[in-house]
Design a protein around this ligand. Structure first.
Ligand code: SF4
Ligand code: SF4
Length: 474
């Protein structure tokens, strides 16, 4: 991270002289950034990524699967629906897997190619890009926006500003609505909203998420990345000299300076940078990449695209600003395969394999058995009886009839007739059950018994649960 160039005035610089002469404020008001529109390979990739991600976010809640919303986080019922998969609180392990996968993916891709997440997939970047696009559509190019902001209030200025904010607010509220749709079915929510009949939490989250979108993407923009996002602060810990980051090739570019397109820069003692400042004008965080790697750089690649355009116009080779590594800039060789990449990669592959295997092994059926806490056992006509509370969980999309058996002691039998259990899709069926065994069949004061629950229509849906059968000392 470099300090400001010599000659530039630091915001904290103080003029010499008595304290009362100091006119530099300790707090500098943030200046609005007007990023210039850019075209190129990376800009296209960014637009494609934003389109796909926003498309998924806005469309997914409308998709149906087996008669219900395909992706729904039903918090009151404590169930997460992900297409054909229903996750229960007992499936917390899968959430842990997903979080670990997300963390290691971030480590892996950041160590490999810097802030790919920030530049292409972070919601702050994606929504800010969308808001910037709306702003350009209404207020025009960078120069037109700056001119409009500097001009006095007029009917035209009011009309343009009001239109922009009206579209931003509508878009933000729609975003808030879609966010809530992941927790309350979208179709029901739309009907309730049309009737102004949402619950208090639904109103709150719709408004809160909408307001956050409007504020963060419309006004805060780069300040979220610079001052609020913790990732910007620790990402450099994941970089090394072989990480691909967006860099300005100072050896090739310096000394920078203006020249005629036909001039030979070497003959004029100049490098390839013509000091056009286009790379600064397109930067959404307003930094100058020529000062070196800075934590404010979100890795959006806009400066690569625009500088390549400049190089084309000057008939110089592209890549004065490019994805490169510190080793390469120093004249060395880049090592893509290095210990940290291999370790992250192996952990990622293992986690993916383990996650897939656990998912494939997962059965949509659950059985919990709890021994009656009030009475250890009771004796009835030479038989010992134990009472249990059984909980059958049907995590499947279809209702099932289950067959219940028990073994572990000679002659063990049910005291009540519960060998068949019916459970609707997503239902939890609780019922008491007693087991009886002859006293002479007991070989210990506490013996293990095993319950087996099998779906009648699908024998692969089988689950076992162990419990203790208690009796007098034999
Ligand atoms: S866009 Fe390229 S040529 Fe222009 S100032 Fe930036 S680095 Fe130099
Ligand atoms: S320096 Fe370049 S890559 Fe970094 S944020 Fe600015 S435009 Fe994007």
């Amino acid at each position: 991270m470099n300090s400001p160039e010599p000659g530039t005035k630091s915001p904290r610089a103080r003029a010499p002289g008595p304290a009362h002469d100091v006119d530099d404020a300790l707090y500098e008001k943030s200046q609005k950034i007007y990023p210039r529109e850019v075209h190129g390979v990376f800009a296209t990739a960014r637009v494609a990524a934003a389109t796909v991600l926003l498309g998924v976010f806005y469309c997914l809640p409308w998709a149906q699967w087996n008669g219900r919303q395909a992706v729904l986080f039903d918090l009151p019922a404590r169930k997460f629906y992900l297409f054909g998969l229903t996750l229960w609180p007992q499936d917390f392990l899968y959430l842990t897997f997903l979080l670990m996968l997300a963390a290691y993916s971030l480590f892996f891709f950041t160590a490999l190619a810097g802030r790919l997440w920030c530049g292409y997939a972070c919601p702050q970047t994606v929504w800010t890009e969308s808001f910037l696009w709306i702003e350009r559509l209404i207020e025009g190019s960078r120069q037109q926006q700056m001119k409009l902001d500097q001009s006095p209030l007029s009917l035209r200025k009011f009309r343009l500003k009001a239109s922009k904010h009206a579209i931003w607010i509508t878009f933000s509220l729609f975003t808030g609505f879609m966010f809530v749709s992941y927790f309350t079915p979208a179709r029901e929510l739309a009907v309730s909203l049309a009737a102004f009949d949402l619950g208090p939490w639904e109103w709150f989250w719709l408004g809160f998420y909408g307001f956050a979108t409007y504020g963060n993407a419309g006004f805060m923009r780069e300040q979220v990345c610079k001052y609020m996002c913790p990732y910007a602060r620790f990402q450099s810990a994941m970089f090394d000299k072989d990480t691909f980051v967006i860099s300005y090739d100072g050896k090739r570019g310096e000394p920078r300076g203006a020249r005629r397109a036909s001039a030979d820069p070497r003959a004029e003692g100049l490098g390839d940078c013509i000091n056009c400042t286009m790379c600064v004008q397109v930067c959404p965080t307003g930094i100058d990449i020529r000062k070196g790697l800075q934590y404010e750089c979100i890795g959006c690649s806009a400066c690569i695209d625009v500088c390549n355009d400049v190089m084309d116009k000057m008939k110089y080779p592209r890549g004065l600003i490019r994805y490169t590594t510190q080793h390469e800039l120093d004249g060395g060789k880049t090592h893509v395969l290095r210990p940290r990449i291999i370790v992250y990669g192996v952990i990622l592959v293992l986690l993916c394999g383990l996650f897939g295997w656990r998912l494939a092994q997962r059965l949509p059926i659950g059985l919990d058995v709890l021994h009656d806490r009030n009475q250890l056992y009771r004796e009835t006509a030479g038989q010992i009886e134990n009472v249990y509370l059984l909980k059958v969980i049907n995590k499947d999309d279809a209702a099932h009839q289950y067959h219940l058996t028990v073994d572990g002691i000679d002659g063990l039998a049910f005291g009540n007739n519960v060998s068949a259990v019916h459970a609707a899709s997503g239902a939890v069926v609780n019922f008491p059950l007693s087991l009886r065994a002859r006293e002479e069949a007991l070989t210990a004061r506490s013996m293990s018994v095993r319950f087996t629950l099998t779906a009648v229509d699908d024998p692969t849906l089988t689950v076992n649960a162990e419990a203790k059968f208690l009796g007098p000392i034999p």
